[in-house]
Design a protein around this ligand. Structure first.
Ligand SMILES: Nc1nc2c(ncn2[C@@H]2O[C@H](COP(=O)(O)OP(=O)(O)O)[C@@H](O)[C@H]2O)c(=O)[nH]1
Ligand SMILES: [Mg+2]
Length: 249
């Protein structure tokens, strides 16, 4: 029986960066029809995603960076992550379960996340990956604001799609501007997504036995709400990876 059970076991090769991307399953319908949320973006939804991201980074894996935009989360694992022997199906099933439970608990509705693993051979690909997701965030949020602008005017979903399909980024910006929305003034979490990483903080304590002060270093999770973009974002990801290649959690 073991041979059957293990016949589709795969492991992610050592020395390869692992990124896991979790995505809310069927969230277009749930966010539009089932849950009463502000459209296109709702701070309560975003807070539930941030809480889920934090949970994923604190639930026993060795992660170095987490990123969330819309209904998706990307997690970058430390190169020496060896939980479950880097078995693909264990990582996928545990991560999607952890995300689903954390998000459902926070938002108060049952919700499910899928998960895929993206093995990346070097730092350059990791940087490209995160730039790609951030650019996706920009495209999606611009699209969502244009879409809901018309939907709120009572235009049907299919007609809205026809009206905005084929518009360039500039034209979408102008469309919003002509309706009193300056895209660049919208909250950064909507336009760029947010990131999370660990920082070391020094804490001064007092030892009552030796009657001496001691300094210890505490690791805490920091949420960056104002991520840079483009080359600056690339530098940000690169320095995070470099810093983490020396430190072990
Ligand atoms: N109302 C609302 N919807 C959101 C928010 N964030 C993401 N969504 C929606 O979540 C959906 C995510 O897209 P996608 O993953 O492609 O759709 P899925 O395959 O149905 O989960 C989109 O329809 C977004 O508009 C939010 O803050 N508020
Ligand atoms: Mg989704």
């Amino acid at each position: 029986m073991r041979r059957f059970e293990q016949s589709i076991d795969r492991t992610i090769l050592e020395g390869t960066y692992i990124v896991a991307r979790l995505d809310g399953h069927g969230f277009s319908r749930l966010t539009e029809k089932e849950w009463s949320l502000e459209k296109p973006f709702d701070i309560r939804f975003h807070e539930a995603m941030t809480a889920t991201l934090k949970h994923l980074m604190l639930c026993g894996f060795h992660t170095m960076y987490g990123y969330t935009q819309s209904d998706e989360i990307s997690l970058l694992f430390h190169l020496d992550e060896d939980r479950f022997g880097r078995k693909e199906r264990k990582l996928i099933s545990i991560l999607s379960a952890e995300a689903s439970v954390a998000f459902s608990t926070h938002i108060g509705h049952m919700a499910v996340f899928d998960c895929r693993l993206v093995p990346l051979p070097n730092i350059d690909y990791v940087i490209d990956y995160f730039r790609w997701r951030q650019e996706d965030s920009h495209r999606n949020s611009l699209n969502a604001h244009c879409y809901w602008l018309f939907r709120k005017e009572g235009i049907s979903a299919s007609n809205v799609q026809k009206r905005i399909a084929g518009l360039s980024i500039e034209e979408r910006n102008e469309l919003l501007f002509s309706h009193g929305i300056n895209y660049n003034d919208l909250p950064m979490w909507q336009r760029r997504g947010i990131g999370a990483y660990f920082i070391d903080k020094e804490k001064v304590g007092y030892n009552p036995v030796t009657k001496a002060q001691n300094v210890c270093v505490r690791r805490s999770l920091f949420v960056e709400n104002e991520l840079p973009i483009g080359e600056e974002y690339a530098d940000f990801i690169q320095s995070l990876i470099k810093k983490n290649s020396h430190a072990r959690q």
